[in-house]
Design a protein around this ligand. Structure first.
Ligand code: ADP
Length: 480
């Protein structure tokens, strides 16, 4: 398959959308401006997309606000039924959606198809989970009183999503919000708006009422500011860099909104002398090279105990050499291009890779570095690329100290066959997601979120509804 036939197939399915969606209508930017979306593998322009700003964002907020009254009054069963139709359409169009993801984001098309399933699984989880979202009855404090807790949708939600999983991230945010009765305005990344726009098209086809799901993109700071300034937007949900997240948090204070933030990680993988080498290499390879290392849970600091270090480095290097870099539509490719340049790695020793791939442009060689130390930039910054940086440690205490020596606290991984050590270390490390002898661990049914500066709130699981719900204490007096 080549990019041109993929584009043709997506267009034939009616899923190649380039306008914003406001109040159920596809709209150009009011001043007619557009921006270009590129194929990162070739540098070719894929589409000219409506370049929207404050005015369009405010109209989208107004239509979400108008739709809230009726959407929130539907029963959960009625909302779930519509969302189930949306889910069915996503699955029916898995091929075109997966191809669209590859076109704009670059990942191998098998990963594109898988991303559609990841996104759809969020929708399915929350359209079911919301049916179990109960309130409480509190034992009365006076004989004639009756006391209750109601859970109600917070209102209009502003969602801002990144480019690394452009379809799945959009669905991950809107699924819990819409399931519990909120309406949404979503701003996808300007690097990858097309797959989110296709999701919007399918929402319309599923019969999601106009105004419940709106999408605008273009001038990110203007749209973000419109979300922040509007008292109608009652929650902001964001996935992206810690720097932008902090700005949004500060801005949300103006109107005291709920915020949920999935920010950067700096994940340690802690590999102990008693680890199973095969399990470790397999787990690390899966999560590190998923999406070419461009995820916030990607292991960033590979901490290896000295007894296993050299054996492990050799096995890892061998595994890395089996990866195939190339265009996402080519057979057998496991690593697509990067959206950005890979990270710096000055000072460490390169075992394999370490430079731009011969395909040029945005392609980078899968890389293993050894002799990394804590004072190197690579230990404190998120790499977001296919680079494994190995750092030696001697004792368990030292490993825990190194792992926690970071402002980030999203994901951490432990490899050991010792059950006691596994439990000790898992409790001691300051991370919201801990994987033991396993790689790619996220699931729609599990809570995803960080400690420290990696964010606030949790996505997925029963806890994922909390960011979109208000708790109302209802007290009925003089009841008997
Ligand atoms: P990354 O470095 O992964 O691209 P960003 O935080 O820059 O992370 O981007 C994540 C999302 O945040 C994107 O949709 C981007 O357009 C958006 N964004 C960037 N700057 C702002 C801003 N000032 N206000 C609102 N959204 C923003």
């Amino acid at each position: 398959m080549d990019p041109q036939s993929a584009i043709a197939q997506v267009k034939r399915a009616g899923l190649f959308r380039t306008q914003g969606l406001i109040g159920g209508k596809w709209m150009d930017a009011y001043d007619g401006k557009t921006f270009e979306v590129y194929n990162p593998a070739t540098g070719e322009v894929l589409a000219n997309v409506a370049c929207m700003g404050k005015k369009e964002a405010n109209d989208a907020i107004a239509s979400a606000h108008a739709a809230f009254t009726s959407w929130s009054k539907l029963t959960t069963a009625e909302r779930s039924k519509l969302m189930r139709k949306w889910y069915d359409l996503l699955i029916a169009h898995q091929t075109e959606l997966g191809q669209l993801i590859t076109l704009e984001q670059g990942k191998p098309v098998a990963e594109g198809y898988n991303e559609v399933l990841i996104g759809a699984s969020c929708l399915e989880f929350f359209l079911e989970e919301v049916k179990h979202c109960y309130g409480d009855i509190i034992p009365q404090t006076q004989a004639d009183r009756r006391m209750f807790v109601l859970k109600q949708p917070v209102g209009v939600v502003g969602a801002i999503t990144p480019w690394n999983l452009p379809l799945a991230m959009a669905l991950r945010k809107v699924s819990p919000a819409m399931a519990c009765g909120c309406t949404v305005v979503i701003k996808p990344s300007e690097l990858t708006p097309l797959s989110a726009l296709a999701v919007a098209e399918l929402a319309l086809q599923a019969g999601i009422p106009p105004g419940v799901f709106n999408m605008v993109m273009g001038f990110a700071p203007e749209i973000g500011d419109a979300f922040l300034a509007s008292p109608k937007v009652r929650a902001i949900t964001f996935t992206g860099s810690t720097a932008v997240g902090k700005m949004l948090l500060a801005g949300a204070a103006q109107t005291v909104k709920k915020t949920s933030m999935e920010l950067g990680g700096n994940a340690p993988s802690m590999i102990f002398d008693d680890a199973d080498l095969e399990v470790t290499v397999k787990g690390l390879m899966i999560v590190k090279f998923f999406n070419c290392g461009q995820t916030c849970i990607s292991p960033n600091r590979i901490l290896v105990q000295e007894g296993i270090h050299d054996k492990f480095a050799a096995a890892l290097t061998k595994a890395v050499q089996t990866l195939r870099v190339g265009h996402g539509f080519d057979e057998g490719v496991t690593q697509g291009p990067l959206i950005n340049q890979a990270a710096l790695h000055k000072g460490a020793k390169v075992l394999v890779g370490g430079k731009r791939h011969s395909l040029g442009l945005t392609f980078y060689e899968p890389t293993v570095l050894v002799d990394v130390t804590s004072d190197m930039l690579i230990s404190s910054t998120e790499i977001f690329g296919p680079v494994l940086a190995l750092q030696r440690f001697k004792t368990e205490e030292e490993a825990i100290h190194l792992a926690n020596d970071s402002n980030a606290g999203l994901a951490g991984y432990i490899y050991t066959e010792n059950l006691r050590r596994c439990w000790r270390v898992a409790e001691a490390i300051e991370f919201g997601i801990v994987g033991v002898n396993d790689g790619l661990i996220p699931a729609a049914s599990a809570p995803f979120g960080g400690f420290k500066q990696s964010g606030l709130g949790r996505e997925g699981s029963k806890y994922g509804l909390d960011d979109f719900l208000e708790i109302k204490y209802l007290c009925l007096g003089n009841m008997v």
